[in-house]
Design a protein. Structure first.
Length: 212
């Protein structure tokens, strides 16, 4: 029979502290892959467009108070509500470039003193990224960039703890890039990692679930 298998897309996540440069690199990478004719879409967490996302956004703006575990589970639910759509896209050959994922979920919540294993538990069963690009920047350096906004968590002391928790989460899917390099240098390193990842996934690397 004539079965044309579509090679799957890659799940590529960018992580890092606030002001580490993730969002700019995500959009640059998406444009680059598009220019190369690779089917790709951008997404980000929190996805503030859903009703769960609006609760998160209100909380981040300090316009509501939520118990630490409650907001943790809302961030997780915000990924769960996108899981099946993400799987469909990946299986249809579309690569996803994601600005923050479960690592943000765990690193930020654990910085409030929640147990890290407890934080990881609700992420279990989400799609595991094929590649995590971590833009590493000293919290002090990030704080020098334009200052922080007025959202919750955007404070130097807190970001120091987040950096320590990110360190505990590093695994074999992570590629760490020095976030203090020029935008262009970072961009070319991101491109190189992403192209390699896309080609490995195309060759049939299986889609797996968290945690790995
Ligand atoms: N954040 C993000 C969490 O605390 N948990 C999560 O699961 C995710 C995805 O939200 N300071 C935090 C990290 C950021 C804040 O994200 C808003 P952004 O990328 O600045 O919109
Ligand atoms: Mg932010």
């Amino acid at each position: 029979n004539c079965h044309l298998a579509i090679s799957r897309g890659s799940l590529i996540v960018l992580e890092g502290l606030d002001r580490s440069g993730k969002s700019s690199q995500c959009s640059r990478l998406v444009s680059y892959l598009q220019e190369k004719g690779i089917p790709v879409e951008a997404c980000r967490f929190p996805d503030r467009s859903t009703s769960v996302g609006q609760m998160i956004s209100t909380y981040l703006a300090n316009e509501s108070e939520l118990d630490d575990r409650t907001i943790h589970l809302l961030f997780s639910a915000n990924r769960w509500e996108k899981r099946s759509l993400m799987e469909t896209k990946l299986k249809n050959g579309i690569s996803l470039i994601v600005d923050r994922y479960s690592y943000s979920g765990v690193a930020f919540s654990a910085s409030k003193g929640l147990n890290i294993e407890w934080c990881k538990a609700p992420e279990e069963g989400l799609i595991a990224p094929d590649l995590v690009i971590y833009l590493e920047i000293a919290p002090e350096k990030a704080a020098e960039r334009d200052g922080y906004g007025c959202e919750r968590y955007e404070q130097l002391e807190f970001q120091r703890k987040v950096a320590q928790n990110y360190n505990l989460l590093r695994d074999s899917t992570w590629k760490v890039i020095d976030g203090c390099l020029s935008l262009e240098t970072i961009e070319s390193q991101v491109r190189e990692q992403a192209l390699e990842c896309v080609s490995v996934c195309k060759k049939g690397k299986p889609l797996l679930n968290m945690w790995l």
